[in-house]
Write a protein that binds this ligand. Structure first.
Ligand SMILES: C[S@@+](CC[C@H](N)C(=O)[O-])C[C@H]1O[C@@H](n2cnc3c(N)ncnc32)[C@H](O)[C@@H]1O
Length: 360
């Protein structure tokens, strides 16, 4: 039976399910979830993540980790964790760029949090030399100083949508339409713990991501207790973007409810909520800063120039990749970067102008 049929049966039996529950099933159903079948990045050929655009992205993130590791006194051992490593490209580039840093590779133990069996196989092929261990959840990684990176991970976690109706806050749910397809329904009242603490005009949609906030808090608690740094990169906004849920298939955007399990569902990350969860858990949140500004301050333009000097035939490709990663209107402004450090740590590279704990 298809995943859509099984979700429909669930709604018939138990009533409408929240948008978050629909998203969880669509992405993580053990048999047919989007991230459980094969290589989803290969299937949806029309979305390309930053590490797949250019090696420069992973290289600079590797050097970002080293900068924080040196600033923290070169602790050993450290847990180098990537959440949702995709094809393993970011980590492969990061490890190559840091191979000559004395002591860094000897100190790190590599842990990959990945739910997709197909992507685990691809990561194994690329990263075998580093002896990675795989986990379903961050909780399974031993508690040592933590160096954690995640690119486009939070945006795949389930999102709840709250809708301000004339009668108060409702939670957006998924029900069955008369034609047997799926349709949205707003259910009153919304769970009080998800309702915004400020009133907003009727018609407003607010997205909340308790799973992402809990994950950010767990990262923050580890860093506060044992030291470390984390870097979270994602599609995102500072505050108040409304309904950002989208579905992307091989041919671009498709209706959100149309084909659960076969298209990528994601919603932009509310970084203000993530930063608040980090601070409440006792660590410092830096930024978010736009990805373009972050990469520029790490020296991406200089790196592109050196690569182009070594391979003049690739100059145009490199220039295009550079624009895609840092350009306004491209990933440079659509994506944001948030860093987590222990309280009192110096500004991490790329965040010198961002005050820790300042409202993002
Ligand atoms: C959009 S892809 C990004 C891949 C990679 N970071 C990149 O930038 O190319 C999301 C990644 O997170 C993984 N993932 C998504 N939800 C997950 C979950 N709940 N638990 C573990 N891994 C998950 C996916 O399998 C995939 O590797």
């Amino acid at each position: 039976m298809t995943l859509a049929r099984r979700i429909a049966d669930r709604i018939r039996a138990g009533g409408p399910i929240t948008v978050a529950a629909f998203m969880e099933a669509a992405m993580q159903d053990p048999e047919d979830g989007y991230y459980r079948r094969g290589d989803p990045l290969g299937r949806s050929g029309d979305f390309v993540t930053a590490p797949e655009v250019s090696q420069m992205f992973g290289e600079l993130i590797g050097l970002w980790c080293v900068e924080g590791w040196l600033a923290a006194g070169s602790p050993s051992p450290i847990r180098l964790v990537e959440l949702g490593p995709g094809r393993g490209t970011l980590m492969a580039d990061a490890l190559r760029a840091t191979a000559r840093v004395p002591g860094f590779h000897a100190a790190l133990r590599l842990h990959l949090v990945e739910s997709s069996p197909g992507l685990r196989r691809r990561q194994a092929a690329l990263l075998a030399a580093a002896g990675p261990q795989w986990h379903e959840r961050l909780e399974d990684v031993p508690a040592d100083p933590l160096w954690l990176v995640a690119n486009e991970f939070l945006d795949a976690l389930p999102v709840h949508q709250l809708v301000r109706t004339a009668d108060g806050w409702a939670e957006r749910a998924v029900t069955l339409a008369p034609d047997g397809g799926f349709a949205f329904a707003d259910i009153l009242p919304a769970p009080p713990d998800l309702v915004p603490d400020r009133d907003l005009p009727p018609g407003t949609v607010v997205e909340r991501r308790p799973a992402a906030e809990a994950l950010a808090a767990a990262i923050a608690r580890r860093i506060a207790a044992a030291g470390g740094r984390a870097l979270l990169v994602d599609y995102g906004y500072d505050a108040g973007a409304g309904d950002t849920l989208q579905a992307v298939g091989r041919h671009g955007r498709v209706p959100v409810l149309e084909a659960p399990g076969t298209v990528d569902l994601s919603a932009h990350v509310a970084f203000a909520d993530i930063a608040a969860a980090v601070r409440a858990a006792g660590a410092a949140a830096w930024g978010p800063v736009p990805q373009g500004r972050f990469l520029r301050s790490l020296g991406i333009a200089e790196r592109a120039e050196r690569l182009a000097a070594a391979r003049p035939d690739a100059r145009a490709t490199l220039a295009a990749a550079l624009h895609r990663l840092i350009g306004a209107g491209a990933m440079g402004t659509l994506f944001k970067v948030l860093a987590i450090t222990p309280e009192g740590a110096p500004p991490p590279a790329g965040f010198a102008a961002a005050a820790p704990g300042a409202a993002p």
